[in-house]
Write a protein that binds this ligand. Structure first.
Ligand code: 5GP
Length: 192
């Protein structure tokens, strides 16, 4: 998605350890016009009419999923929670996920009443690196018995292993921008 790639080149900041910082338009301040274009592009790439739920993970996935849902006939957005709280009650789907940014293992949870075998789910997230977050979300879909329509990622870091691994497994994975390298602060994208 050319508009997104241009924005990453213009405003993205390369950090140590292969981290790309895009908090000026995606992860902290959110550019809603860009998110609307992202939502339209996800719809183009996932045209299946039966998609009725968008599943993501807090926190950065929520805004992206909420705007995207408007292009999926206002599909419900369900976000996996990373912290236990008194508001999270009833039966839960629970999956351990290792955090890319903090390195620690934490439990990701979704209430069973919000996802079941009658659903067709599009999984959305902001970044794909080693694929831990996406695999956790896909495991929740598997536990629920819902149909997985595919996985949509805003920025995939193609130099880390997650995307290749998931595509080898036959996952319908669509990334709107794939960064192939960020060497010496220079960002290079994979050709579409
Ligand atoms: P994974 O689980 O695929 O290893 O990492 C994906 C998760 O880590 C995403 O949910 C995202 O929040 C975070 N993440 C991974 N790499 C980056 C990065 O380069 N920049 C930012 N901002 N977040 C990242």
């Amino acid at each position: 998605m050319e508009l997104l790639k241009q924005r990453i080149l213009q405003d993205g900041k390369v950090k140590e350890g292969g981290v790309l910082k895009v908090d000026s338009f995606l992860n902290h301040r959110m550019d809603i016009s860009l998110l609307q274009e992202i939502g339209k592009e996800f719809r183009r790439r996932f045209p299946q009419p039966e998609i009725n739920k968008i599943l993501t993970i807090e926190a950065s996935g929520i805004g992206i999923a909420a705007i995207t849902a408007q292009y999926f006939n206002n599909a419900d957005v369900v976000f996996a929670k990373k912290t236990k709280s008194k508001n999270l009650d009833g039966e839960l789907y629970t999956v351990p996920v290792r955090s890319y940014t903090r390195g620690e293992l934490f439990e990701v949870q979704v209430a069973k009443r919000y996802l079941d075998e009658n659903d067709c789910v599009l999984v959305i997230d902001d970044f794909l690196a080693h694929g831990q977050a996406l695999k956790g979300l896909m495991e929740i879909v598997r536990q629920s018995g819902a149909k997985l329509a595919g996985c949509g990622i805003v920025i995939e870091k193609g130099f880390q292993s997650g995307g290749e691994h998931l595509r080898e497994q036959g996952v319908n994975l669509q990334s709107l921008a794939i960064v192939d390298s960020i060497e010496d602060g220079v960002i290079t994208f994979r050709k579409d």
